[in-house]
Design a protein around this ligand. Structure first.
Ligand SMILES: Cc1cc2nc3c(=O)[nH]c(=O)nc-3n(C[C@H](O)[C@H](O)[C@H](O)COP(=O)(O)OP(=O)(O)OC[C@H]3O[C@@H](n4cnc5c(N)ncnc54)[C@H](O)[C@@H]3O)c2cc1C
Length: 441
């Protein structure tokens, strides 16, 4: 009987694992199934571009079926697992509960925004982690301008013209830079708002923004943001959010209807329901080969703590894959790592099925790119630091090469060039996706 390989999660890690398995596994001997909530891979590094309206939101995703021809796709939500019976529970989109049996399971369920118990955060702030977040933020900027334009009282209007981003990693900085750039173009159509001006604030708990890049590049990025009038508050945290604004740890109240939370990620909640061993941060514990490890079981090798659970692997943001370049630490939650873990886990599954030993994951970050809007970016490639326009060209070329499929690349190129020629699109897709009731007043 054909071996059943099930992949839970079709993000960067799961998608690249499926793609490699299609190439490596003979069709007759194995059957690959991928379970994902949506029928697409979300290319998260381009989410800020979708929020900032240089890219059509549909163009920052890759339809899974167009790229995975030999993999069975189940669109639904992973609800749990029984490792002893080797089954995965899935709630399919039509509401039917399925139980998928597996011989090999690869868990690649990724992460969600990590929140803190800050009063008002869950009720009044938005994340930047999904396509809905990006679309909602773009709509929010336009609705705020529309409402502000019709308000007589400048004090009340300022709430709608205030935007606060909390968390200055690359997602926060890129998101803020793109959205602010978008708002600066859009506000030209709103005379009253233009006369009053907007306020954009970036709040970061640590001593500098963008900890992922060296200090010289982070200083360049901060200078660039300040030059555009963005206020950067380091060593500051968010104390409270309300419908009317944000209060910072230093006591300052910022009138704002838009608060965006980009302060880190935590493993996808479904991971805790799989009955697998987790570390203190809630990530699945794996050995260097990405096989799930039971820390309580006696280790067969003196080098590992615990015994590997045969047939279960975990990769991506939701797994604590040991980082060979930083002993004692897990790999950082980046797409670069997830992609390479996906490819290697596929090789390891194939090796295990053939009775060979799996290989350990070794990868040293090759570089970082972060766009700052206005044709500027910061980047490091193979140790070389880039800033400004050359870094922006590198960032765009990198994403163009990494985006799977020629058609998807072409869509990016067209969107970017149209935005360069005609500016960002200031139309609001508003209620798109929510049909108009047939009978309404
Ligand atoms: C705005 C932003 C910008 C970023 N920019 C960069 C960058 O420039 N460079 C970089 O290297 N990294 C970047 N990252 C980080 C990168 O996106 C992640 O590290 C990467 O996506 C991790 O891959 P993954 O496969 O583990 O998780 P994901 O890509 O998140 O995939 C997980 C998949 O599992 C699915 N899933 C989750 N729960 C369930 C469930 N219960 N049932 C079924 N399916 C489920 C999800 O829908 C998703 O498809 C960025 C992240 C964000 C948010």
């Amino acid at each position: 009987m054909a071996c059943q390989v099930v992949i839970a999660g079709g993000g960067f890690a799961g998608f690249y694992a499926a793609q490699a398995l299609e190439r490596l596994l003979p069709e007759q001997s194995a059957h690959v199934t991928l379970v994902n909530e949506a029928n697409f891979l979300l290319y998260t590094p381009l989410l800020p571009g979708a929020a900032g309206a240089t890219l059509d939101p549909r163009h920052v995703v890759v339809p899974l079926r167009s790229q995975l021809r030999r993999t069975d796709l189940v669109i639904g939500r992973v609800t749990g697992a029984e490792p002893t019976r080797r089954t995965l529970g899935v709630l399919r989109i039509d509401g039917e509960q399925l139980e998928l049996g597996y011989d090999q399971l690869i868990v690649a369920l990724g992460s969600v925004s990590r929140t803190l118990p800050i009063p008002g955060l869950a009720e009044h702030a938005t994340g930047l982690k999904s396509l809905s977040d990006a679309t909602a933020l773009r709509n929010q900027v336009l609705s705020c301008l529309d409402i502000a334009e019709s308000i007589e009282d400048p004090a009340r209007r300022s709430e709608y013209l205030g935007f606060v981003f909390v968390g200055a990693g690359y997602a926060g900085v890129e998101g803020l830079a793109e959205l602010q750039d978008f708002a600066v173009q859009a506000i030209e159509l709103y005379p009253r708002c233009r006369a009053q001006g907007m306020r954009w604030v970036l709040v970061e708990a640590k001593g500098r923004i963008m900890q992922e890049v060296p200090a010289s590049l982070s200083e360049f990025a901060e200078r660039e943001l300040r030059r555009r009038g963005i206020e950067v508050r380091t060593e500051t945290t968010l104390a409270e959010v309300s419908a009317h604004g944000a209060r910072l740890s230093v006591g300052e109240e910022i009138p704002a209807r838009t608060v965006v939370w980009t302060a880190g990620v935590k493993p996808s909640p479904a991971i805790a329901r799989l009955g697998l061993p987790l570390d203190g941060a809630g990530r699945i514990v794996v050995d260097a080969t990405m096989r799930v490890v039971d820390p309580a079981a006696p280790s067969p090798a003196a080098t590992t703590a615990g015994a590997p659970i045969a047939q279960v692997w975990a990769i991506g943001d939701g797994a604590a894959v040991p980082d060979a370049s930083r002993p004692g630490q897990a790999c950082p939650p980046t797409a670069q790592h997830a992609i390479r873990q996906g490819r290697l886990v596929a090789r390891n599954v194939v090796a295990t099925l053939g009775g060979e030993a799996p290989r350990p994951f070794r990868y040293r970050t090759k570089g970082v790119v972060a766009e700052l809007g206005r044709n500027k970016a910061v980047a490091i490639t193979l140790g070389i630091r880039w800033r400004g326009f050359p870094a922006w060209l590198i960032a765009r070329t990198y994403h163009l090469l990494l985006m799977p499929g020629f058609g998807r690349r072409l869509r990016l190129l067209v969107d970017w060039n149209v935005a360069l020629l005609f500016g960002r699109d200031a139309s609001s897709p508003g209620r798109l996706g929510a049909p108009t009731p047939l009978e309404h007043d």
